[in-house]
Every structure is written in structure tokens, then in C-alpha cells.
Design a protein around this ligand. Structure first.
Ligand code: HEC
Length: 278
């Protein structure tokens, strides 16, 4: 009799445990946007954001992730971030380890950043087969041309938004050290922000940086040392024209994103960094 009762209690306990863990699993599936910002530490659930009073339907004509016109449910960033004026650098961390550092003044310029939110019942298309969509949270710009916003400044699959100091303040080993009288000085100086905007979202330099999706571009060796320059240029413009495999994730930088002069400056910066390895 006792053993029957015990068995019954055990079954009930197991049933209750299964039900509660299913609930927990369900809650864990619900995407959350974490904010670590001035006077604002929050975790915002997708469902709540989709009911935000300032949510709108917006159209992005030339979406850099989908390469076509896209329509999203989205909220202006300034309706989510309480003190945009207090942001030094907005660090946007994606679930795959991509990290964009966006200067605060770009958020305040006329480019108009919005957070697009992927509804559970109306999922966005996959970016490419097997790679998932850009959701649940994707930073889009209504007028990117007004502040020179580049394709690396459209982070998708966002996990968190943080206020941080600029990358070069946190990692001074990114700074080139050469005399202002050096003939390469101006070019190298122009190359630094090109590196932090286009490359540092995936690569470190001298061990410094937020992301490590691709290799460090100076440690143990610098690609300007082990690639012939013409091949390195090809690799940056169109990686698949040099080597190709399914899992490769380095993007190509066309002349639209990085013109020839800018590529010269970026290479000047990389060459300089090879001289000052940490
Ligand atoms: C979205 C992430 C991402 C961005 C942005 C990115 N890379 Fe990469 N890069 C990678 C990954 C990942 C690899 C490793 C190889 C691969 O997946 O194709 C790589 C490989 C490379 C290599 C080859 C290194 C080697 O030793 O094989 C070079 C050189 C390189 N990247 C340069 C750059 C430069 C310069 C920029 C900026 C203009 C840049 N990358 C931007 C992800 C990125």
C-alpha cells in the first residue's frame, strides 16, 4: 500500500518537474535584449518590445544584410535608450560574437538608428541557407547616407547594447606610433578608424579588441607580412576569389564600402602595426 502511494507521489513529482522545466525552456527561448547603459540596466523581452507604444512599420530600401528592400516592425533607438546624449560608444554585441562599436555622435546624427524586431509569428527570411535570420533584434538605419554609416554598422542577431569607451581608449595597442613628420603618417592615421569600423568587429589587433571571430591581424604575424600585397587586396575585396569554403565568414569589401584610397590607408595602417608588435 505504502509503496503504491510512494509510486504515485513519485509520478506526480516527475510530472510537475517536466511541466516546470518545459515552462522554463519556453521562457529561455524568448529572445531578450540586454541594456547596460547610462542610468539604465534592463533586459527587454521581445514580446514586450513588440507592444512598445512607439513601434512602427518601416521600410529599408537597400538592406545590407538582405541586399533588397525590407519592411520591419521597429522602434527608434532613442525610444529604447533613455540617454542617447550620454553615450560615448555604443557597443553592440551579437550572439555569434560579432561586436560593433558605434560612436555616440552617429546615433545623434540624422542617420536615425532603429531596432527592428522579428515577430515570432512572422519570421524574417534566412540571411543565407542555414544561417538563420537577422533577428530577433537588428540595428537598422533610416538614412545611413546622412552619417556615412557602413555595412559593418548594421549588427544583427543582437544580444546586448552597452555604453563603453572607444576601442582605442580601451586598447591603446591599436594606436599606430609613428612620427608626424613620417611621409606615411597621414595615411596610417586615416587607416586606423577604417580598421576599427570595418575590421575590429571580428578581428583583434595586437591582442586588443572586443571580437575574435577571425584571427588577430598582427599576432603572431600580420597579413601584410605573409600575403603578397596584390593577393591581400584581392582577399579584402573578394575573399572567395582567393580561397573559398562553405564556412568562411569574412565579408568582401567592395569599392562602395572601401574605395581604393581607403584600402591604401587601411594597408598602410596594417603595415605600420607589423612594425610595432606587442
Ligand atoms: C564579419 C566578420 C569579419 C569582418 C568584419 C572582417 N573579417 Fe577578416 N576574417 C574573418 C574570418 C572569420 C576570417 C577567417 C577566415 C574566413 O572565415 O574566411 C577572416 C580572415 C581574414 C584574413 C585572412 C587571415 C589569414 O591569416 O588567413 C584577412 C587578411 C582578413 N580577414 C582581413 C580583414 C580586414 C582587413 C577586414 C576589414 C576591412 C576584415 N577582415 C573584416 C571575419 C571578418
Amino acid at each position: 500500500m505504502l509503496s503504491l502511494n510512494l509510486r504515485f507521489i513519485l509520478i506526480l513529482a516527475i510530472a510537475a518537474f517536466c511541466a516546470s522545466s518545459q515552462l522554463a525552456a519556453h521562457a529561455a527561448d524568448e529572445p531578450v535584449l540586454e541594456l547596460v547603459l547610462p542610468n539604465q540596466q534592463q533586459k527587454l523581452a521581445r514580446n514586450n518590445l513588440l507592444r512598445h507604444p512607439e513601434i512602427r512599420t518601416i521600410t529599408i530600401d537597400d538592406d545590407p544584410v538582405y541586399h533588397r528592400s525590407m519592411t520591419y516592425r521597429a522602434i527608434p533607438l532613442k525610444a529604447i535608450v533613455r540617454q542617447v546624449s550620454a553615450i560615448d560608444t555604443l557597443q553592440v554585441v551579437a550572439t555569434d560574437g560579432f561586436v560593433a562599436n558605434i560612436r555616440g555622435e552617429l546615433l545623434r546624427a540624422e542617420a536615425e538608428p532603429w531596432i527592428a524586431i522579428e515577430p515570432a509569428n512572422a519570421p524574417w527570411p534566412e540571411r543565407k541557407p542555414g544561417s538563420g535570420s537577422a533577428g530577433a533584434f537588428y540595428l537598422v538605419w533610416l538614412h545611413p547616407e546622412k552619417a556615412g554609416i557602413t555595412s559593418e554598422q548594421w549588427p544583427f542577431q543582437i544580444a546586448s547594447l552597452r555604453n563603453v569607451e572607444a576601442l582605442t581608449v580601451r586598447y591603446p595597442q591599436l594606436l599606430p606610433k609613428l612620427a608626424a613628420t613620417d611621409t606615411r603618417y597621414a595615411s596610417v592615421q586615416r587607416g586606423l578608424p577604417l580598421f576599427t569600423t570595418h575590421c575590429a568587429s571580428c578581428h583583434r589587433m595586437n591582442g586588443g579588441g572586443d571580437a575574435a571571430i577571425g584571427p588577430d591581424l598582427n599576432l603572431p604575424a600580420n597579413p601584410t607580412e605573409y600575403f603578397q600585397e596584390s593577393w591581400l587586396r584581392k582577399l579584402i575585396r573578394d575573399p572567395a576569389s582567393v580561397r573559398h569554403w562553405a564556412q568562411s565568414s569574412v565579408p568582401g569589401f567592395s569599392e562602395k564600402t572601401l574605395n581604393e584610397d581607403e584600402l591604401d590607408d587601411l594597408l598602410a595602417y596594417l603595415q605600420q602595426m607589423a612594425q610595432q608588435r606587442h
